[in-house]
Design a protein around this ligand. Sequence first.
Ligand code: NI
Length: 162
Amino acid sequence: MAIRSIRIIDQDDVLRKHARKVEKFDERLHTLLNDMAETMAAGNGVGLAAPQVGVLKRCCVIDVGEGLIELVNPEIVSREGEVTVIEGCLSVPDRAGKVVRPEKVKVKAQDRNGEPIEVEGEGILAVCLCHELDHLDGILYVDKMIEDATEEMRQKSGGDAQ
Ligand code: NI
């Protein structure tokens, strides 16, 4: 495994591009997912999407403290409720902002071998699923932010980096 360099907002157009569907579930994809998990852990993040390491493939990794989740070609199939949360992003260092997200989401995806999987998340997991899926369409949380929360993040522990 290897730690890959995380692309930073305003320095790299790749964060603004639409990622392509994964068609090959091969060694190359497995290496990418392994490296993404290691890169996320090294950055103390709770999620990381492939465009954040410069790869325009529709996949992401998530770990909100309940074990590693790998999602390939994920799609939100249902959402419920609404909650305002403080988010951070590994590609937007040292900043945080308030974003309105669903309370619960259900996501359909494939695993690293192409098998269909479904993940249901609420709370931080729901937020993280939405945040990572946005990355695959070139959307960053700052686009949806209703209020800057950088000061709040500095004072307490809000704003998980994703
Ligand atoms: Ni992010």
